[in-house]
Write a protein that binds this ligand. Sequence first.
Ligand SMILES: [Zn+2]
Length: 195
Amino acid sequence: MSFPRKRESSCLNMLWTPAFAGVTGFLTFYEVVRFDGVLFVKFIADQNLGRLVKWLRIMGYDTVLYRGPADRSFLRKAEKEGRTVLTRRRDMAGRQFAGTLIVVKHDRLEDQLATLMEALPIHPEPARLFTLCLRCNRSLKEVDKEEVSGQVPAYVLETQSRFRVCPQCRGIFWPGTHRENIRRFLGMSSPDHSL
Ligand SMILES: [Zn+2]
């Protein structure tokens, strides 16, 4: 699949790839989608997209929640770190930006996720699921059961065999019953054995 080179854009322009649109019709969901020839799978989102950020992290996609105003420094950070911009602000589409920017029009999380997965080659993969700390966006490190002994409830230690720790907040994670609900929400049917 190929993407057009970056072009100057304004709110009036609709930049898209005919191949994509023919298959998915995602232009009905996004007002403006820009590609610069490189498809990034790291994201930065404005503060109106907190729930979407959490779900992208659940799926294992490195996603920064930008807490400041969606301004020039927001875009500068995206460029510097090679992140795809997700924003609710339609006026952002007219800004000068040498990267991929997506204006998220939908209000419902389900619709936001579904359309992102249509527009970009991202999808819930069992191997990526739950690999990032939902709080810090850092990669979790797999640790031995012994290392978390005394730090998790005794019944968890007895019933679980795999644990991951966040290097930043030191949060400890293990497979829980809510994970099946998450998988269902993401439309994943096969059981997840990857933690
Ligand atoms: Zn953390």
